[in-house]
Design a protein around this ligand. Structure first.
Ligand code: PHB
Length: 422
């Protein structure tokens, strides 16, 4: 390992790429007027990582997370995972001191803010790379900027399949909706479900979930008999569930983006008596994230879900992870799958920087991340060198009681699932 390695800048970018940077930075509003700002040599060079940074012995990781609003718990969980990784592994890698700079992108619907924060982290804070983006629209908004700046971003959650194709600098530490939805569609058709009604949040991940549930479900003989798209932050699911029940399907399949929204969805299924009416409920596992279960109570009884993590997974990495998490955040703390994604995102950064011997060139770091295998709390994880997505186990679970509490109890493991959409 090289100690005190200098930050290696990519100064070989040609004029074409500088023009691209200027394009990404030109317009922003000041008091209602659109001001056209020319990318000055200094700003453009900083954005390109071409600031010929002196050896400062630092690795700066910019974090773009939702830390306020309805999804603030998600940002907190990713950050907890990042902090836990650093507590266990220290704040030095390849001789560099690792510093994090965190910014709040306030949740979905703030793509412009996410892009601006990403830009500021790169230009002002000299971030070498980003970990961030809980929501697809925010990652999407930052993609072109990352490409121009040649800075890697490890996607901490955003799960629409196409994202990793939007920038060669994206590497995903989370999952894709097609990984979960295709697993559930196949499981349903093979387990006596003949008809299903689909309720998904009306944006790209919801469309991915619907498409891939339907694809595997119908390929194996099932039939989707109706569907509804709900606003991303919907809190009143009663009317949607009513319509689903009127279609009298064997099952309802649903995706919505976690937090209070998913708690509202699950409570509404209970109030409407969905499962009491003999309709099976199947959801992507983020809807019934372990840390949300206390708020959902018996609404999770019998609910089938697919996810790449649950807190009681029986492997040595998870045993250490849960123990250390509770030592840091309290004996009753339940690490959400989102904590694991933050933890693994930081692990990817450390492993990549180890591999490059402290060379922080963006393209080199992305190359180093390709093919990394982590012994993660979720089980073995591989960054697919071809797609920069995660290949991982998907666990099929059923909601039930264990040790006096509501849990997701895994009863099947689908090993080494790739993103089926690529
Ligand atoms: C996304 O926007 O990609 C997203 C957000 C929350 C989830 C899953 C996917 O739980």
């Amino acid at each position: 390992m090289i100690s005190s390695s200098p930050k290696i800048s990519n100064v070989s970018s040609g004029a074409g790429s500088m023009a691209g940077v200027a394009k990404t930075m030109t317009s922003f509003r000041t008091g209602g007027a659109v001001t056209r700002r020319l990318a000055t040599g200094i700003v453009a060079a900083a954005l390109l990582g071409g600031s010929a940074v002196a050896a400062d012995g630092k690795l700066t990781v910019g974090l773009v997370l939702p830390l306020s609003g309805a999804f603030a718990d998600q940002g907190q969980h990713y950050e907890n995972g990042i902090k836990l990784y650093q507590k266990i592994n220290g704040n030095k890698v390849a001789g560099l001191t690792v510093e994090t700079v965190v910014r709040d992108d306030q949740g979905p619907g703030s793509g412009d803010l996410a892009r601006r924060l990403t830009q500021e982290l790169i230009v002002r804070n000299k971030a070498d790379l980003i970990i961030g983006y809980s929501f697809t629209p925010n990652a999407m908004a930052a993609a072109a900027l990352l490409t121009e700046a040649k800075k890697p971003a490890v996607i901490v959650n955003a799960a629409t399949s196409i994202l990793t194709e939007k920038s060669p600098y994206f590497v995903r530490a989370s999952f894709t909706l097609p990984q979960l939805a295709s697993s559930l569609g196949r499981w349903a058709a093979q387990n006596g479900v003949k008809t299903a009604y689909v309720i998904v949040a009306d944006y790209a991940p919801g469309q991915d979930a619907e498409t891939w549930f339907k694809k595997t479900f119908e390929a194996a003989g099932g039939q989707v008999v109706g569907s509804a798209r709900t606003p991303v932050t919907e809190m009143e699911y009663g009317p949607f569930l009513q319509r689903a029940m009127e279609a009298k399907p064997d099952a309802v399949f649903a995706f919505n983006p976690g937090g209070d929204v998913s708690v509202a969805f699950m409570k509404a299924t209970k109030e409407r008596g969905l499962t009491k009416a003999g309709i099976k409920l199947m959801v992507t596992g983020d809807v019934v994230d372990d840390n949300l279960l206390p708020a959902m109570g018996d609404a999770v009884d019998g609910v089938i879900s697919a996810l790449h993590y649950q807190v009681d997974l029986d492997n040595p990495a998870n045993a250490q992870f849960v123990k250390e998490y509770r030592a840091m955040f309290g004996t009753d703390a339940v690490p959400s799958y989102r904590v694991v994604q933050g933890f693994d995102a930081m692990a990817l950064v450390y492993k990549a920087v180890e591999k490059t011997g402290g060379n922080l060139d963006g393209a080199g770091l992305v190359e180093a991340m390709k093919g990394i295998r982590l012994d993660s709390p979720r089980g073995s994880l591989l960054i697919d060198p071809a797609t920069r997505d995660v290949v991982q186990n998907i666990y099929i679970r059923k909601g039930g009681q264990k040790d006096g509490a509501w849990r997701n109890i895994a009863f099947d493991t689908i090993p080494e699932v790739k993103d089926p959409a690529k």
